[in-house]
Design a protein around this ligand. Structure first.
Ligand code: NAP
Length: 326
């Protein structure tokens, strides 16, 4: 396994981060333990979760993925100091007026609940899941900074922030000498590039912010299991994939498969992840396999390097910037 520095920090994390949104949703508890254990044995040390996973499932109160991680670490005797555990707060966790958001009130409650479910006394990377337009950023950052000083949280990150909000947060941290966001978790993959590449990529590069893209396989589309003549899939997540069904994306999948075959039989998911790992600013794409077969295919990305020509070929096929001749 390759380990990379998380932005300008001294923290080293595996080149793939193991996501856990599928736990308690498309992966039951037993499958979740198997995936966690195999990923750890493969050298992954970086685990991403969120307090709300997976509250959208009927009968699921949220916190299920955090609880599964906590039980895995305890029951499998995993050395806590070898793991980098990332979780998030922001989403609604109860019916009360303060049971969501990024107020001091909610953050201080949310972190205690996450610590309890994770069965740990610190969180390595605490992330704001998406911005809260109703709370001043200095209130959020002061509450997070307090958690860093209390030792409950070690690094701060944010997810789903547009560039101006990330810049504002960096300025406010600088102005008030508060801990700053050292990691961004954006939505980013070969098909959905503009949201991250348009402005956020430059902010992260200029300020040394780690980048851990989520949905690097477009939620399963970039795995080769969807085809022109086989578009239904067997996944509960398949329904949302039809938005990707286009001639351009089928041609992209053909090219990815061809590159993988020519390189010696690498999976479609490995090539799609390798396109991301090729980019020097990217720290760790967050994968979300729900079983061991998917994990194996995703892990192939770690041993696979795209050639410059193949990187350019895939990038040109999904380019969103208009060329000057257009
Ligand atoms: N910050 C945020 O707002 C946010 C949002 C989303 C996710 N995340 C994080 O990012 C992580 C990854 O997100 P994601 O699950 O969308 O990532 P993804 O890698 O784009 O999609 C993962 C899904 O693709 C399918 N898949 C993966 N490998 C496969 C293979 N080899 N063959 C066939 N199918 C395969 C599986 O779904 P099926 O088998 O069900 O098709 C799997 O659950 C999450 O767990 C979470 O930690 C964060």
């Amino acid at each position: 396994m390759e380990y990379r520095k998380m932005g300008r920090t001294g923290l080293r994390v595996s080149a793939l981060c193991m996501g856990t949104m599928q736990f308690g949703w498309t992966a039951d508890e037993e499958s979740s333990y198997k995936v966690l254990q195999s990923s750890y044995e493969a050298g992954i040390n970086f685990y991403d979760t969120a307090n709300i996973y997976s509250r959208w499932v009927d009968g699921n109160p949220g916190g299920v993925a955090e609880s599964i991680i906590g039980k895995w670490v305890r029951n499998y005797n995993i050395p806590r100091d070898q793991l980098v555990i990332a979780t998030k707060a922001r989403g609604r966790m109860g019916e009360g007026p303060n049971d969501e958001g990024l107020s001091r009130q909610h953050i201080l409650k949310a972190v205690e609940d996450s610590l309890q479910r994770l069965q740990t006394d610190y969180i390595d990377l605490y992330q704001t899941h998406w911005y809260d337009a109703d709370t001043p950023i200095d209130e959020t950052l002061r509450a997070l900074d307090d958690l860093v000083h209390q030792g409950k949280v070690r690094y701060l990150g944010c997810s789903n922030y547009p560039a101006w909000r990330l810049m504002e947060a960096l300025w406010v941290s600088d102005r008030y000498h508060l801990s700053r966001y050292d990691c961004l978790q954006p939505h980013y993959n070969l098909i959905e590039r503009q949201e991250f590449e348009q402005e956020l990529a430059e902010v992260c590069e200029a300020y040394g912010i780690g980048i851990i893209p989520y949905s690097p396989l477009a939620g399963g589309f970039l795995t080769g299991k969807y085809r022109r003549d086989q578009t239904d899939g067997d996944s509960p997540r398949a329904g949302g994939k039809s938005r990707y069904f286009s001639d351009q994306n089928w041609a992209l999948l053909d090219a990815i498969a061809e590159i993988g075959q020519e390189a010696g039989g690498y999976s479609v998911s490995a090539v799609a992840l390798a396109w991301m790992l090729y980019q020097p600013g990217i720290t760790s794409p967050i994968i979300g396999p729900r079983n061991l077969a998917q994990l194996e295919e995703n892990l192939q990305a770690v041993d696979f390097r795209l050639t410059d020509a193949d990187f350019q070929r895939l990038s040109q096929m999904t380019e969103w910037r208009k060329s000057e001749e257009d």
